[in-house]
Structures are given as structure tokens and as C-alpha cells.
Design a protein around this ligand. Sequence first.
Ligand SMILES: [Zn+2]
Length: 111
Amino acid sequence: MDKTPPLRHFPMKPGRVTYETIHRRLWQTKGLARSFDCNKCGKPAHEWAYDGTDPDELHSVSRHGYPQTYSLDLERYNPMCRKCHRHGDNKRYRRKLGKPPKKPPWPFSIR
Ligand SMILES: [Zn+2]
């Protein structure tokens, strides 16, 4: 099977790649999430969702003050509807922090 190389092989410096950059790169590379079905419930997808499996994942804070976790590896993103995406993200934060996501202080850079 023909596989596109992971994004980290692209000439980009981790840490300078923002969440927004990655999401732009996602639809440039894989297409609009809206043209796929949600990989959880099968309804029309709305956005690309990081699956939380990258050992080198990155963290930032959105302009609305919410923590964002993301990966430079485009293979770790799945098309998802809004509902499943929020649900999955909340579950992941709760697993990590023992509680749902909250506003900062949140570490901008874990490593
Ligand atoms: Zn869904």
C-alpha cells in the first residue's frame, strides 16, 4: 500500500508547528474531514481528530484558553463528527489528569 511519509519527515521544526498549522496541513494532505464519515459513529465527519497515541505529542493552549494536544504525525488523525471528537478529547484529558479539561494554567510545552 502506498503510504505518505509521516509529517515529521517534512522539513519542519517541532515546537514551531502550531495546532492550526497541523490542521491546515491535514486538509491539504488528506482532504477535508467533511468529505469523510466519522470513524466512530459513521455520521458525516466535521473535523480531524488526533487519536492520542503519539508518544511525541505536543501541547498548546487555544485562543479560547483550552488545552490542545496534537501530533505531527498525520496518520494519527481520524475524521470525526463534532460530538465524537469532543467526547474523545474529554475522555483523554480525564484519563491523563484525573479530571475534565480546564482553563490554564496548562503547560505550554511538556518537553
Ligand atoms: Zn461521530
